[in-house]
Design a protein around this ligand. Structure first.
Ligand SMILES: [Zn+2]
Length: 217
């Protein structure tokens, strides 16, 4: 979708909402790509139409991102990614940070959680101070390192800091909607979470973990 089609897209969502009134709650949200310097453009974009939920994403697989930030050192690139994730939270532009360890799939042979952990901890301290939520994204199971984003180790660190978690499947196709949610909720329970969050009109709502588990059919 080109930027010029954004309003048309939202008009289609509004029309769909009317068609399914009383049957389905049709909501609009947005996943916005973040890297330093893009803030004024995103501020404008997020204000164009009312949104329920805005996810902020650092996408390290994007060629332009790699051109700007990868200098041949995979470990340095991973550190930059987590710094940018914290910067994304600090902009105040986002409700939730999406798939927040996606970088592990870029150079999987260089992914050592024990080495990156201090940088993850610094980023999570900064994110916790903003109150921004983080996503547990089940689509990670289909990626090079086949585990959800983030890993249970990082979820544990998020829990220690009181960072709220939002569940997402990054479905892309209808059959993947809510895929892996029962496993994700079970992982959250094991890590110590007792509730999950979602957003309505960009306000965070919470659901007890047990209720979320019981709602899955
Ligand atoms: Zn994404």
């Amino acid at each position: 979708m080109s930027p010029g089609e954004y309003e048309t897209y939202h008009a289609m969502i509004a029309a769909t909402r009317e068609v399914f009134a009383d049957q389905l709650d049709v909501r609009a949200g947005l996943e916005s790509d973040y890297f330093p310097g893009v803030e004024p453009w995103l501020e404008e974009l997020h204000a164009k139409v009312p949104l329920n939920h805005v996810l902020g994403s650092v996408h390290p697989q994007v060629p332009e991102y790699q051109d700007a930030y990868f200098n041949g050192d995979a470990f340095a690139f991973q550190q930059t990614y987590f710094d940018h994730l914290a910067q994304a939270a600090e902009t105040g532009l986002f409700d939730t940070l999406a798939h927040p360890d996606l970088v592990k799939n870029l150079f999987p042979e260089h992914w050592r959680f024990d080495l990156i952990e201090p940088y993850v901890a610094q980023a999570l301290d900064r994110i916790a101070a903003t109150g921004v939520a983080m996503e547990l994204n089940t689509s990670g199971r289909q990626k090079t390192i086949p585990e959800m984003n983030p890993s249970p180790s990082m979820l544990r660190m998020m829990h220690e800091r009181g960072i709220p978690v939002v569940l997402g499947a990054d479905a892309h196709v209808p059959r993947r909607v809510a895929e892996g949610y029962s496993d994700a909720l079970e992982t959250l329970r094991q890590v110590g979470f007792t509730e999950i969050s979602y957003f309505l009109n960009r306000e965070r709502q919470t659901v007890p973990l047990e209720d979320a588990l019981n709602s899955l059919t």
